[in-house]
Design a protein around this ligand. Sequence first.
Ligand SMILES: [Zn+2]
Ligand SMILES: [Zn+2]
Length: 101
Amino acid sequence: QQLQAIECPYDPSHFVSESRMQYHLAQCKKKNPKKAKEMASCKYNARHVVPRETLQKHEATCQDKIGRQDASKLIFMNFNWNGPQAAQMQTFFTKVKVSHR
Ligand SMILES: [Zn+2]
Ligand SMILES: [Zn+2]
């Protein structure tokens, strides 16, 4: 597995490994309150911190959303909860939720 250094969204001179990013972000946010106000974190992955005005665009195309949430969300939205398969579907969703942990 390759270690990837990611540029810190609060300070471009910081490069942090992906595994430490979440911790670093919390620390760096406190040190840069001004910058933090301009940034917003992605609701699909707390490590994604982007400028506030681009958040909507980011969340629309976020890889984590595509990978995890959308599949079940799409099924959910298109499913007829009053139909004959409703009970089976509820069981399915219980399983999906567990497997995400
Ligand atoms: Zn930083
Ligand atoms: Zn994201």
